[in-house]
Write a protein that binds this ligand. Sequence first.
Ligand code: ATP
Length: 610
Amino acid sequence: MKKKKEISNSRAFIYLFFKYYKQDFKKNWWVIPNFVFWALMLFLAPLLTNQINLALSLTDAQKAASTGFWLVRFWGLETTQLIIISVALLFFNLFNSFLFNWWSNTFAKQIETHLRNEVLEKLIRQDISYYSDKKIGELLTNVISDAQVVGNQAVDIPMNVASAFFQSIIGLSLTFILEWRIALVGCVIFVLILIAFFGCYIALVKKWEKVRLTLEKTNGNVIDRVISIRLIKSTGTEDYETQYFKDKHVDYYDQGRPIGKWLSLFSVIVFAGDFLLLFTAPVFAAVFFAGDSDTTRMQAFFQIFPAFVMAQGMLTGPIITLFVISGGAAMAGVSSSRILKTLNAESILDFHYHEGKEIKDLKGDIVFKNVKFRYPEKPENLILPNFNFTLQYGKSYAFVGETGSGKSTIAKLLLRFYDPSEGQILINNKDDLKDLNLSHYLNHVGYVEQEPQILFGTVLENIKYGKFDATDDDAIEACKKAELHALVMSWPEGYQTVLGERGFMLSGGQKQRLVIARMILKNPELLILDEATSALDNIVEKEIQNKLNQLMKGRTSVTIAHKLSTIKNVDHIIVLGANGAGIVQEGTFNELTKKEGHFKNLYEAGKIDK
Ligand SMILES: Nc1ncnc2c1ncn2[C@@H]1O[C@H](COP(=O)(O)OP(=O)(O)OP(=O)(O)O)[C@@H](O)[C@H]1O
């Protein structure tokens, strides 16, 4: 499978953030001025505090003698005016932050929803071989938890990083404005804390990423096991599974344990830094001004002290913020790169969903022309060697042969789960199946397999699946023909009964009847029956086979069979040989049972159930 070049976790996150931000720029642009106003308030708050503090504490003589625009001139304003402005700005800022939080929560949900839809669309449009080496549990974790993580962090991380950046710049500038000598000492301490912080962060982020990956692998394993609950229940392996879960979590615990040590070191750095900065101001004020004969400079410093501490607080705040978001950042990186990997995985088939030839009907012959086939997952095994065969419209065909001879592969090729490795499948004797709009083509094809596919939804929804424009009456009529009506009507909710996941509340025969009703309603021109009755007991099998025989009338049908009852009445039987031998015999049932050869051997050896 072709894959685009992988990008690093952090770049994957940045890419996704900008993609969604740009996508809805018209709705999101106002956040920038909103943010600028918030930064401005950061700058103004300590200065206003300082102005009010000085206005209240200085004598008139001191005020008259004061110098420095930032410090003592009150910007030409009275104390009351300063207080009114401060309160007004505070309320405006509260409103601003309300808007911002509202936006950030909405934007996070928007990104999460977009991502979920995009990933889900990608998953259902992938070709079937994409799933051959993947666990459904892991894929679901990808859709559900990764989208949520990226959605939340896409707002939290950029905003916190930007605010941490602005806070540090503003905090530093303010401390320099207020008292540059002490600010210089604070600045050195701040840089040292940052270096220690990033050293720790780099070590931690790698560990976090590993834990996240292990968690997802564990989740995938666990979910896949729980999905197989019927197997567990029918084999009584609860103890074995409990131990299996415990074993799987050992790795997760081992990987997660050292993180606690690093997190503790992290918090020590942050709080030690905070403490150090706090003590720096009075201690260095004492060092710088203690020798002064008059105490004016010391007094002046303690007058601006509240504002200075406020400004200095802006330096430790960002480190704490970065500390808080660092776990989320590591998770978001892993989640983003996994989402991008899913979104960038290219399908090996082009399904022509939006273009490709649309066929009006499938009333012509289907021709396998020089078809050779190997599974892309295992190209060393040749399954079909130079296969030439024509399915004439309206006739019934059965493919028989030993296990692994490639019978189901024929069905998969007709459904275009795969393309032939060489050669062509011509639809209506002219159009290469590869060039058709697959969705349109499949409207003319019906597929019934051994394990009937029932979706979570009402009976009506299940019957109309694939023929969404059918009326309720038509669907009910189809149910009557499939002899399912009486059963459905015996349920209190009738056709509105919600069928449990994978049709848990229906028996095998009932599920197959429901699929038959679906086929009757869809009325496809090509019907593919892949061991449709092989999971049923003899009595039910007979009833279902009768229904299928009726269904096969008037359309082309391809039956993949192990049972004699399913192939006895078909127009033509094709016998496939083992180990990629291809067609080894063909003819009607009567012809083949009389002739010496592969079919007779299979029949007599009991490999075709009677
Ligand atoms: N997705 C796949 N990737 C690789 N090999 C596959 C895949 N699916 C099937 N095969 C192999 O292709 C061969 C043909 O498989 P196929 O299912 O068509 O056989 P079959 O005749 O229908 O067998 P059975 O009667 O047991 O259902 C088998 O050897 C099988 O192991």
